[in-house]
Each structure stands twice: as structure tokens, then as C-alpha cells.
Design a protein around this ligand. Structure first.
Ligand SMILES: Nc1nc2c(c(=O)[nH]1)N=C([C@H](O)[C@H](O)COP(=O)(O)OP(=O)(O)OP(=O)(O)O)CN2
Length: 331
């Protein structure tokens, strides 16, 4: 069996005054709710939009006593709960490189901050015919997540010495086999001793792939997209979307190759399924009678099982605001 969640993203523009003075932000609130608790996506979107609306084009200090990201997120949580919205997770992005998250299932709270660096690398253990065997480079993105009250400023200081070592370097001078998994582990080991709150390191080599390391496990994701039409009960007529996907996979690390699964192999294994979706009418695909976004995500999760048994979660969005998550039940 699998779990299904609706996600919605609500952007708003607002100004706040903190120790740096007045400044403005393009905020984005992201909300996740269990699909069994909700009648439909549009209801969730319109109810949550009503809660966020007073913040849009406002001066936040006139509305809330503490305007820091975690406090602002707690305030939004209270207001969303007050109107009876069932919530599993809330995330507030205050700038493209930072934000705060609350997991309402286990009560955990954390901040994240993303950083960029440019570097070269080659992977010595893949066959010579593999493109990664050649020396090449990436514009890397690293996202650090930390709990225990460690904020974006603290994460910035934590990152500085690592950036000094990695930016404009060759990663093979630092690591023997610099896959993103090994790099995430290396960053974890470097930072964990200075940050008791560090909860996860996320390394992205490109816009299309990334890996997470939490001190124990590696997970990877690969982005895909397809263009398709659909019809479903809640739609006025047949309609279409440019669907965006993230495939999440969990597998042990191969000790020689230093990765879980090759991102390129994930893409190749998924290609036949992507072809069956791209430029097709989804509600007419075998076994996909629903045609709505959550049915599409669950269908993909189940159909991909034969080629990608390591796949445990599929995120699909149909536009900037509406998304779903289909996730296999653990165990
Ligand atoms: N699990 C891993 N797989 C791969 C790694 C890695 O570190 N861990 N690294 C590579 C290469 O370095 C490669 O440059 C990046 O891979 P890939 O996602 O295939 O590259 P693109 O984003 O350019 O791929 P698209 O085809 O555009 O999606 C390979 N695998």
C-alpha cells in the first residue's frame, strides 16, 4: 500500500524589520496534508490562501511579535490550525537560499540554507566509457538542514571553511571518489562535530539529480518531466499540464562505485514509463481511470516498481501551486 499527500505552495510578498533594518521578501509557504483527510486539492488551496492573504504585501512587524522565519512559520501554523486545516508538514521559504520547516507528525522543527560552489571532478571507479570517468565539472548546490535552534546565520558560518576548501577546486584532491553520496558524507563528517543540530546534508550536482545523507542512510532523487492531457471528476473538461516529477530512491551504497544507483541508470530505467505518459491522455492509460494528480503519482509509483524496486516515493506537480506525493508505506 502507499500513502498519498496533497501539497500546495502559496507565494506572498512582505516586508520585515530585523537587526539588518527594513527589507522585503518573496516568501513561499508550502503545506502538506494527508489525502485521506481532505475532500479535494482546490478546497485546501482556497482555505490556506485565505489564511495567507493578510500577510501578502504587508509589513510583518505590524502583524506578528517575532518576524524571524521559525516564529513566522509557527504563527502561520496556528492560523492554519485555527481554521481546521489538516496538516502534516509546513515549510516557509523566505529567500531562494533559506527557510524553516515544521513536521507536524513528529514535532521536529529545523532551518535550512543552500550554498553553491563550482568544482571539477572525475569518478575513477566507473568504466572508462562512462561520461563521469572523464574530468568534468558542476555548479554544485549543497543544502544544510539543522535543528536545535541553529538558524540560517549559524549555517552560513558553519559552511564558510568548507566553501573555502571546495569552491573552484578539483574534488579529487579532497576525496578519492567524489560521487555526490561520498561528498555528502564528507560534508557531514566535517560539520557534524561543530553542529549538534545538523540533521541532513543534500548535495545536488545538477538541477536534475541529488542525494541526501542523514548520518546513516543515503537517498537519491532524479527529476523528470512530461507533457500530457487528462480528464477527471473535479475538472471542467479535458485539460493538460507540464508535469514535473521527482523520483526518490533508497539503496545501500555500492562500496566500489561509491553511489547508490547511477542517476543515469534511473533515468534510463524510467524512460519507457515516461514515454507512455509523455504526449498522451493520462485518464485513458490502462489502470489510470482517475486521471487526477494523486492517481497519476500512485500509478507511476506502482508501474515503476518492476524496473526500479528502490523507488519509494514519487512527487508530481501539475503547476506552481499544486502537487502530490505518493509514498510507499515503510515495511
Ligand atoms: N548516484 C549517483 N549517480 C551519479 C553520480 C553520483 O554522484 N551519484 N554522478 C554522476 C555524474 O557526475 C554526472 O555528471 C551527473 O549525473 P546526471 O544526473 O546523469 O547528469 P544530468 O543532470 O546532466 O542528467 P540529465 O540526463 O540531464 O537528467 C552520474 N551519476
Amino acid at each position: 500500500m502507499e500513502q498519498g499527500y496533497y501539497t500546495i505552495s502559496l507565494p506572498f510578498e512582505a516586508a520585515r524589520r530585523d537587526h539588518r533594518g527594513w527589507h522585503g521578501h518573496s516568501f513561499c509557504l508550502r503545506l502538506r496534508s494527508n489525502a485521506t483527510a481532505i475532500s479535494d486539492h482546490e478546497w485546501l488551496l482556497s482555505e490556506a490562501a485565505r489564511v495567507v492573504e493578510p500577510f501578502d504585501y504587508s509589513l510583518l512587524n505590524e502583524q506578528v511579535p517575532d518576524v524571524a522565519d521559525p516564529a513566522l512559520l509557527s504563527e502561520l501554523e496556528q492560523r492554519l490550525r485555527a481554521v481546521g486545516l489538516p496538516l502534516n508538514r509546513l515549510a516557509l521559504r523566505s529567500a531562494p537560499d533559506r527557510g524553516a520547516v515544521i513536521d507536524l507528525c513528529d514535532g521536529q522543527r529545523w532551518c535550512w540554507r543552500s550554498f553553491r560552489f563550482e568544482a571539477a571532478h572525475q569518478l575513477p571507479n566507473v568504466p572508462p566509457s562512462h561520461p563521469c570517468h572523464r574530468m568534468h565539472g558542476h555548479g554544485y548546490r549543497v543544502i544544510l538542514e539543522a535543528a536545535n535552534g541553529e538558524d540560517a546565520e549559524a549555517l552560513g558560518q558553519l559552511w564558510q571553511p568548507v566553501a573555502a576548501q571546495l569552491h573552484r577546486s578539483c574534488l579529487n584532491d579532497v576525496l578519492v571518489n567524489p560521487t555526490s553520496e561520498r561528498l555528502a558524507e564528507w560534508i557531514w563528517m566535517r560539520l557534524r562535530m561543530y553542529s549538534s543540530g545538523l540533521r541532513r546534508v543534500h548535495v545536488q550536482e545538477t538541477e536534475h539529480s541529488g542525494c541526501f545523507f542523514d548520518g546513516f542512510h543515503h537517498t537519491i532523487w532524479k527529476a523528470q518531466r512530461f507533457e500530457a492531457a487528462t480528464a477527471h471528476a473535479a475538472a471542467r473538461s479535458i485539460t493538460g499540464h507540464g508535469y514535473r516529477l521527482r523520483l526518490y530512491l533508497s539503496a545501500p551504497l555500492d562500496p566500489d562505485l561509491g553511489w547508490t544507483l547511477d542517476y543515469a541508470d534511473v533515468k534510463a530505467a524510467f524512460a519507457p514509463l515516461r514515454d507512455s505518459l509523455d504526449h498522451h491522455r493520462l485518464d485513458q492509460l490502462h489502470g489510470l481511470a482517475g486521471g487526477d494528480l494523486l492517481s497519476v503519482a500512485k500509478w507511476i509509483l506502482n508501474q515503476a516498481n518492476a524496473q526500479l524496486p528502490e523507488l519509494y516515493r514519487v512527487d508530481v506537480s501539475e503547476d506552481e501551486q499544486r502537487g502530490v506525493i505518493a509514498e510507499r508505506d515503510p515495511g
